[in-house]
Design a protein around this ligand. Structure first.
Ligand code: ADP
Length: 494
């Protein structure tokens, strides 16, 4: 994005935000609001409705009615497609405004946010819109004398709870397939990244999405998220966020209507560099980007570096140089490599991991501290921690910050053992020139995605989902429809 355009947009006042419920912009039922603090400089951007349980219930009731009366699922798929395509076009037409608004809200550097947020959301919605009229049922290969039909029906009301790191991208991963399938949705954005998703819901109405089909309710997770999770009128819950919240959602499902729960819970992803890495400099550059872009607030971030002993010293030196060379600061400067940490709370959490590692005698090879405090914003230096032990908390738990731990290995078997020594399994990276080894590693590593000789490449055509405690189900690709379409069969005697 052009710098002068960014500078114009960054100073525009942000009107008070409202829920979008049943096609209308509404305040919280008790009129309460919460401030939206920009992590760029600590200023207050605007306010959000501090939603109540009543607001969540109203949104769920609107979504329930909109599903049950068929105003969306009853349309011809081609008609749904047309509206969703128009929505994608409107998002794309406002991509610059949405990108800057989102960055002011959550702190991601604009170079990444512009592509990863509005443009990728428009692309994702377009992808699923195009699929709307290409979903077929099946005729089962039964013995003669009977006809086995397999219909695909929308599951009903979807509750979607999303995080603050890439609200539009992750939101569209849920909204695209859910709406294309004919479901209705109640979406709960994160407290610190709600503004763009509210705007997306307004654009959906402008595109012709009937009222009640997409509702967005803002407020605290423990109030709004919990109300959605406990509702008997929500059929499926889709979530991206922390493991602790994921557990609560499963419990809420068990306590209520046993709604299906699909979770994407992040990870502690290993990035494994063998001595036969094709290009050490390239590997160092991409590995640094794979943990430090968006200040490490990326679910697939390669946060555990495993390096083969022969190249350990030289590779760590190169990584430290990469980390030091990164331009950290104002996320609305197009030259910035990593912007602000999302909130004071997240920054404090990141620094607590570092304090603990320091106290245990681990080496902070670079970074480890808050920077640019005079700006009023929440910034942290890219941090590399070496001499760690496999049981250290910093090695086992997701920091969700710009923090990389480094471990050394000798053999391929040792690399696999270290890589899999984690409760989670979302992503991994393997750097090697040996094709056979690459395939052995892809097979052996317990993760949803294994990147080879790169880190973090992705596309809407490729499913993303974790194994182990990283969750279940997949976003993106046509497989995403599995969460939003029920199979219903008919057996007809001929
Ligand atoms: P993080 O710690 O990264 O903010 P969370 O899992 O807390 O991750 O947040 C992800 C989403 O889950 C946010 O939209 C948040 O508001 C929501 N959330 C937080 N707590 C709960 C809860 N108890 N029930 C339902 N949703 C919640």
């Amino acid at each position: 994005m052009d710098k002068s355009r960014i500078d114009t947009l960054r100073h525009q006042p942000v009107p008070d935000a409202k829920h979008v419920i049943n096609g209308a912009r509404v305040d919280a039922s008790d009129g309460r609001t919460m401030p939206v603090i920009s992590p760029i400089d600590g200023s207050t951007l605007t306010t959000l409705p501090k939603g109540t349980r009543e607001d969540a219930d109203r949104a769920v009731a609107a979504a329930r009615l909109a599903f049950d009366d068929g105003r969306w699922s009853g349309l011809a798929p081609a008609a749904r497609k047309k509206i969703l395509l128009k929505w994608a076009d409107l998002i794309e037409a406002q991509a610059e405004e949405l990108a800057v608004l989102g960055v002011r809200d959550n702190g991601t550097e604009i170079g990444m946010a512009y592509k990863a947020e509005p443009l990728s959301a428009a692309g994702t919605i377009r992808y699923f819109a195009e699929a709307t009229d290409k979903i077929f049922g099946e005729i089962a290969p039964t013995a003669p004398g009977a006809l086995g039909l397999v219909h695909k029906h929308p599951v009903g009301v979807v509750g979607a709870i999303v995080p603050w790191n890439f609200p539009m991208m992750i939101g569209s991963w849920k909204l695209g397939p859910a709406l294309a399938a004919g479901c209705t949705v109640v979406l709960k954005p994160a407290e610190t990244a709600s503004l763009t998703l509210l705007r997306l819901a307004e654009l959906a109405l402008e595109a012709g999405l009937p009222p009640g089909v997409l509702n967005v309710v803002t407020g605290e997770g423990a109030v709004i998220g919990a109300a959605i999770a406990e509702s008997n009128e929500v059929d499926v819950l889709v979530f991206t966020g922390s493991g602790a919240t994921g557990r609560r959602l499963l419990e809420a499902s068990a306590r209520s209507n046993l709604k299906r729960v699909y979770l994407e819970l992040g990870g502690k992803s290993p990035n494994i560099v063998f001595a036969d890495v094709p290009d050490l400099d390239e590997a160092a550059k991409i590995s640094a980007a794979g943990i430090f872009r968006n200040s490490g607030q990326v679910c697939i971030a390669g946060s555990r570096l495993l390096v083969q002993r022969e190249i350990y010293d030289v590779f760590v030196d190169k990584l430290v140089a990469q980390a030091k060379a990164m331009q950290i600061g104002d996320p609305l400067d197009p030259m910035t490599n990593a912007g602000a940490v999302n909130s004071e709370r997240q920054l404090a959490q990141n620094l607590a991991f570092i304090d603990e590692a320091r106290a245990a005698g681990r080496t902070i090879a670079t970074g480890g501290n808050r920077i640019l405090q005079e700006t009023g914003g929440t910034y942290m230096a890219p941090t590399i921690v070496t001499d760690v032990q496999p049981d250290d908390r910093i090695v086992r738990e997701e920091v969700f910050g710009p923090v990389l731990t480094v471990q050394v290995f000798d053999t391929e078997a040792e690399a696999v053992a270290l890589a899999n020594d984690t409760e989670t399994g979302l992503a991994a990276g393997v750097w090697t020139s040996n094709l056979s080894r690459a395939h052995r590693m892809i097979a052996a590593i317990e993760a949803g995605v294994v990147h080879v000789n790169t880190y973090g490449g992705a596309d809407v055509t490729v499913p993303l989902g974790g194994v182990k405690q990283s969750g279940n189900g997949h976003d993106k690709s046509l497989h995403a429809f599995d969460k939003y379409l029920n199979l219903k069969t008919a057996w007809i005697k001929l």
